[in-house]
Design a protein around this ligand. Structure first.
Ligand SMILES: [Zn+2]
Ligand SMILES: [Zn+2]
Length: 246
């Protein structure tokens, strides 16, 4: 089998699996326990173990904030953030960490509605009102998207668009492949990602406020590069939302 045929089959099987996942009613999105006797968002065991961010949040990264200032220590240390505000739904811990890993690397696309609904809830509590004009996912390089079968941030953006009733625009393009950020230190991450994005059609985002979507906020290097690109292309403001804050 050629690698191109293999990639096409990967894309198709990813799509079919995501349709099948959504069509099977109703399972706990985290552990897949049967919820048909009492429909709710999670089974009671998962609901009990679900990690939560503290009430006091950092405006710069969406994580917990134990400083007396508006920004947490990480955000102060990096000299502030280029976006206007950030919100995250969960800490990147416990079963949430496993869930995001499965969502990203093991084709558990059925987790997208649950994660996006928690992100929308977090936005209503900690974000701006009204929500930004357009929702923009952080893109993968097209080769990585083909081999994975989907862009996890793109799926979150689609479901979040429904929740917040905002259009989703794939405004960004990743013009070169970068080493996987998870394996790099902060300085290497910034260097690795610098100049990686372009805006496809600046006229679509010019003068608009944007909500930039990604799965996990780790150092913020990828989100910083994407935000800088969007602002340079004429966006009025960029806000950030992630499913989890590492
Ligand atoms: Zn469960
Ligand atoms: Zn912070």
């Amino acid at each position: 089998m050629t690698s191109i045929t293999g990639s096409i089959i990967t894309v198709c099987s990813g799509f079919c699996r995501s349709v099948a996942d959504i069509a099977v009613p109703p399972l706990c999105p985290l552990c897949r326990a049967d919820l048909s006797s009492a429909p709710r968002r999670l089974c009671s065991a998962c609901e009990e173990q679900l990690p939560c961010l503290p009430e006091r949040r950092c405006h710069g990264c969406g994580g917990g904030n134990d400083s007396y200032l508006e920004l947490c220590r990480d955000c102060l240390q990096c000299g502030g953030r280029p976006w206007s505000g950030a919100v995250s739904a969960f800490p990147f811990a416990g079963q949430l960490r496993e869930a995001v890993h499965a969502f990203k690397y093991q084709r558990r696309t059925s987790l997208a509605p649950f994660l996006a609904s928690a992100m929308a809830e977090a936005w209503h509590c900690y974000g701006e009102a009204p929500a930004p004009d357009l929702i923009v996912p952080v893109p993968l390089h097209w080769l990585r998207e083909i081999s994975r079968g989907y862009n996890q941030a793109g799926l979150l953006a689609q479901w979040l668009g429904r929740e917040l009733r905002r259009p989703v625009v794939n405004a960004l393009c990743r013009r070169r492949r970068t080493s996987q950020q998870a394996r790099l230190r902060i300085e290497q991450r910034l260097k690795n990602i610098s100049g990686a994005f372009t805006v496809k059609k600046p006229s679509i985002i010019a003068g608009k406020s944007l909500l930039l979507v990604d799965d996990v906020f780790t150092t913020g290097a990828t989100l910083s590069a994407a935000t800088a690109t969007l602002l340079a292309a004429g966006a009025a403001a960029v806000y950030v939302i992630t499913a989890a804050r590492d």
